[in-house]
Design a protein around this ligand. Structure first.
Ligand SMILES: Cc1cc2nc3c(=O)[nH]c(=O)nc-3n(C[C@H](O)[C@H](O)[C@H](O)COP(=O)(O)O)c2cc1C
Length: 363
């Protein structure tokens, strides 16, 4: 079978998982697949979506389905966004450029991780070539001057917004990575943060909490500062609490992303499907709310929108697609989700995104 035949046989996102796992070396596989602690939240992230029941409306004209939306002033064909994930070169030689090409082909907004394996100038170039709008995910660095330069570099390269990750001042208990002694992916570099002044960390692995590339002292003042110095909209990524989300809005953010970092940080926090309603209620429509974690089916996307999200982000499935098929694999993963969302909308009697209201949830 050619690669194209193989790809064509993957008709649902979960079908990418096992072939992707087979292709990756064990340490990298653990890094991508793993969650924190005993992985309770990791399991719940997916099941919390799939356990919700749907209550479709009948006899609605669904001869035309429209998934178009607008996010931060950007018109998008659909609300499925590529979440920021680190080190794409570890999954495919095409690295971030391949992911961006796949996102562009699938007409998806892309979010570039601070821990990517491609310099920001090249990210910008690839995005321009693929006509992919993109945001920059920021880990505030210990050196705030450097952080400010980083944001300016991203904006100069074409980033349309900055998603500040607020849930990672320090590392989670990622047992799999510790066992594999994988502090960072061996042999891979961090070109976006290459100039970051990094203090040597000589704490033995079993006593290590902090990471040299994550500032442990970031506070609300940093968020206010960032909103002030960034020339583009700022979002927070990693909110689970309604009061935190409301405070972020008060600080001037243009959007809030409900996320538990793919269950990689603090085990036993709620699944994002469980946290989303509280954040939506607290934000009260002042800014868009996005959500990620465990989204694997079009019905998951539809449920997130019913619970008040404006868009969803997808992490691991994009890596699976990249691993098995490069840009074409990424495109296919995103297109499957979009198609399943359209199918779900038709069967729910909800031809436009605005029709995806909470009453379509049975429970
Ligand atoms: C391998 C991997 C690397 C990640 N790297 C980052 C990162 O650099 N910055 C960040 O904010 N989130 C990162 N995340 C979290 C994702 O942005 C996202 O929140 C999460 O993957 C969503 O859950 P899902 O994988 O179940 O879709 C990473 C997730 C994975 C799986």
């Amino acid at each position: 079978m050619t690669d194209d035949d193989t790809l064509a046989s993957f008709v649902a996102v979960p079908m990418f998982e096992a072939p992707a796992a087979e292709r990756l070396e064990a340490g990298i596989r653990d890094y991508v697949w793993g969650g924190a602690g005993d992985e309770h939240t990791l399991r719940r992230n997916s099941t919390a979506w799939s356990e919700r029941r749907l209550a479709p409306r009948t006899l609605v004209d669904v001869s035309s389905i429209d998934t178009a939306t607008d996010l931060l002033g950007m018109p998008l064909e659909h609300p499925i966004v590529v979440a920021p994930t680190a080190q794409h070169r570890a999954y495919h030689p095409g690295a971030e450029a391949a992911t961006i090409a796949g996102a562009g082909a699938a007409r998806a907004l892309y979010v570039q991780s601070s821990l990517g394996s491609t310099p920001l100038v090249e990210v910008g170039r690839a995005a321009a070539q693929a006509a992919t709008p993109w945001l920059f995910q920021l880990y505030i660095q210990r050196d705030r001057g450097f952080t400010r330069e980083l944001v300016a570099q991203a904006v100069a390269a074409g980033a349309r917004g900055v998603a500040l990750t607020v849930d990672t001042p320090s590392l989670g208990a990622r047992d799999r990575d510790k066992r594999n002694q994988l502090g960072r992916i061996d042999g891979y570099t961090y070109p976006i943060l290459a100039e970051a002044p990094v203090a040597a960390d000589d704490v033995p692995a079993h006593r290590r909490i902090y990471n040299p590339l994550l500032a442990p002292d970031i506070t609300w003042r940093d968020l206010e500062w960032l909103v002030g110095v960034a020339d583009v909209p700022v979002l927070t990524k990693g909110n689970l609490r309604g009061d935190d989300a409301a405070r972020a809005v008060d600080c001037g953010v243009a959007g809030v992303i409900v996320s538990n970092h793919g269950a990689r940080n603090l085990d036993t926090v709620p699944a994002t499907a469980e946290a989303l309603p509280g954040v939506v209620q607290a934000v009260a429509g002042r800014v868009p709310v996005l959500v990620d974690g465990g989204i694997r089916r079009g019905t998951d996307v539809a449920k997130a929108l019913m619970l008040g999200a404006s868009a969803v982000m997808v992490g691991r499935p994009v890596i699976w697609g990249l691993t098995v098929g490069g840009a074409a694999g990424v495109q296919q993963v995103l297109e499957i989700l979009r198609t399943e969302l359209e199918m779900a909308m038709a069967l729910l009697g909800a031809p436009r995104l605005a029709d995806l209201t909470a009453d379509l949830l049975w429970d």
